[in-house]
Design a protein. Structure first.
Length: 154
């Protein structure tokens, strides 16, 4: 219940649909006594998460990014920088990092010649305007996500 409420920011997306589907399946399988206990437990916790439907206006964004990550397919994104400028970049997407209330894309920049560097980037998907999967498959490197995130946020 707590985890679901933390992800409420993704309401309206394919991720939220999956979470809700799983929740309904679990609740239907619970014995009546346990379901009653669960309903009582709902009154114990209050999760102050991001406003719901944050990504609902762009429900396919998370799905497109997820598919590119699982298929190891490079993408071209159009995004806005923190100062509002538009930026186009080519990336090898590695993970969607869920850090409530944010969902960020972790990837590696690809240069104009199509060579992946070692420059990891972390982009809030709120700033992504367009995503175009490319016909370029890559072999994802072994990564230590916590270490990379710590280095990017220092």
């Amino acid at each position: 219940m707590v985890a679901r409420d933390l992800l409420r920011t993704c309401e309206g997306t394919v991720l939220w649909t999956g979470i809700e589907s799983l929740r309904h399946k679990i609740e239907q399988a619970l014995p009546a006594g346990l379901r009653s206990h669960l309903e009582k437990a709902e009154s114990i916790f209050h999760v102050a998460a991001a406003p719901p439907t944050r990504y609902a206006a762009r429900p396919r964004l998370i799905s497109t990014l997820s598919t590119a990550i699982s298929d190891n397919r490079e993408i071209r994104i159009g995004s806005r920088t923190t100062d509002g400028q538009s930026a186009d970049r080519r990336l090898q997407p590695l993970r969607l990092v869920i850090d409530p209330p944010h969902v960020r894309l972790l990837g590696i920049d690809v240069d104009g010649d199509g060579n992946a560097g070692t420059n990891h980037v972390l982009i809030d998907i709120d700033r992504i305007d367009t995503v175009q999967p490319l016909d370029v498959i890559f072999v994802p490197p072994a990564i230590d996500v916590p270490r990379i995130l710590a280095a990017l946020t220092d």
